[in-house]
Design a protein around this ligand. Structure first.
Ligand SMILES: [Zn+2]
Ligand SMILES: [Zn+2]
Length: 396
């Protein structure tokens, strides 16, 4: 059987319903189900997208209408088809066990019927099932069972970020929170890469996924996975994550973790980048503020089992610098680039640099070339502030 490369970003939020009801309050208003599948298909060049918040009942009504009208079609192997892009239906759920902080988990479902049954269960155990990422008032093991019963997949979200993730706020060991037999993949988050995550040996069996966690259309595809599949469907995605029948993750495309907004530890009071020691509580040596956000790099150093050991199955992790990180590249230039070269993936990875220069100018083309060569200088992010590409870099 011939396998093909499929680009997949599996974590995109819905801002509003078509009728204007909020779903993810912090996400853009134009981030509706239909606008997401359109943007993914036409501008981003994503073959597969995971639409989180598809558990929300009014979103499900929109999907049902689209299916009735023939705008979408359900794939017999799982997923919703639109113009060559396959949408995988999912939800993000906050869990909290006694004695641990909260953590976010992603659940994906094979069919429209299965996520609707999941919603019927969810609505009995959370305050407002319409909204994104609500706290579940049931034990996490019960959630794992429910997702498995529907043939779904549970993937811990952005596992190292402070505040709301398995390692960032819940526990030092994922196996204390989750039944690891049910976990086939974890999402690395924007401030970590595969080498960093492979300091934790309990992850050696699981696959790593890299997703955008987009809260606006422009951010779709800032991280994504290159999968080797027969065709883009839920069943094939599951095979790839489990590394069965030749299906697999061929590469993870992610931000250089230094661009992520939680890479370094930073003081919220004065903005200083800090290097904390293990002992807590920790206050800022410059201003005394206790509001210090521990960076992913320091958190991993704290809970590491030893040196980074990547298993043989681990896919290569390739850095990419999304176009909206390139200094001087505004919305007008972006539109011109997309009009000329089709998708952001083409501009970032494929189009010859001279052609980029002809459309966007020498300075922008040089930044994109340095990004491809992994020579772009970066100011590290932390404490909720993204890292930055230094402007005006020369070739030396
Ligand atoms: Zn999210
Ligand atoms: Zn400070």
């Amino acid at each position: 059987m011939r396998l093909r490369r499929v680009f997949a970003d599996l974590h995109i939020h819905i801002g509003r319903t078509k009728s204007g009801l909020p779903v993810k309050i912090s996400a853009a208003r134009n981030l509706t189900f239909h606008e997401i599948v359109r943007e993914a298909a036409h501008r981003k060049g994503m073959d597969m997208i995971g639409i989180i918040d598809a558990h929300s009942p009014p979103v499900q009504e929109e999907i049902a209408r689209g299916l009735e009208e023939g705008i979408y079609r359900e794939d017999p192997e799982g997923g919703i088809l639109y113009n060559g892009t396959t949408a995988i239906l999912g939800a993000e759920i906050e869990v909290k066990e006694e004695g641990m902080g909260p953590a976010h988990l992603l659940a994906y479902f094979p069919t429209f019927a299965s996520i609707r049954r999941f919603t019927d269960w969810l609505r009995r155990h959370m305050k407002n099932v319409r909204l994104s990422t609500q706290r579940l008032r049931r034990p996490v093991r019960e959630l794992q069972e429910r997702v498995a019963e529907e043939g779904g997949l549970l993937i811990p979200a952005h596992v190292f970020t402070p505040f709301k993730s398995v390692y960032g706020s819940a526990t030092d060991r994922m196996s204390r929170l989750l039944d690891m037999d049910g976990i086939v993949a974890v999402e690395l988050g924007l401030s970590a890469d595969a080498t960093m995550a492979d300091h934790l040996y309990e992850l050696s069996r699981v696959s790593f996924v890299t997703n955008s966690d987009a809260h606006s259309l422009g951010k779709i595809g800032r991280e994504y996975n290159e999968l080797l599949l027969h065709r883009p469907s839920f069943r094939e995605l599951e095979l790839a994550l489990r590394r069965l029948e030749g299906r697999r993750i061929a590469a993870n495309y992610g931000l250089n973790p230094k661009l992520g907004k939680y890479y370094r530890t930073r003081c919220i009071g004065c903005g200083a980048i800090l290097s904390p020691k293990k002992e807590e509580p920790f206050s800022c040596p410059h201003c005394g503020d206790r509001r210090v956000v521990k960076g992913v790099s320091d958190r991993i150093a704290e809970i590491a089992d030893g040196p980074s050991k990547s298993p043989r199955h681990r896919a290569p992790y390739l850095y990419q610098v999304p176009l909206d990180f390139i200094p001087g590249l505004g919305p007008k230039t972006l539109d011109r680039l997309l009009a000329r070269f089709g998708t952001e993936m083409n501009v970032l990875h494929r189009v010859p640099i001279e052609e980029v220069a002809a459309v966007a100018g020498e300075a922008i083309a040089r930044s994109i070339r340095l990004a491809r060569e992994r020579r772009l200088e970066i100011e590290e992010g932390g404490g909720g502030i993204y890292g930055r590409v230094r402007a005006g870099q020369s070739d030396r």
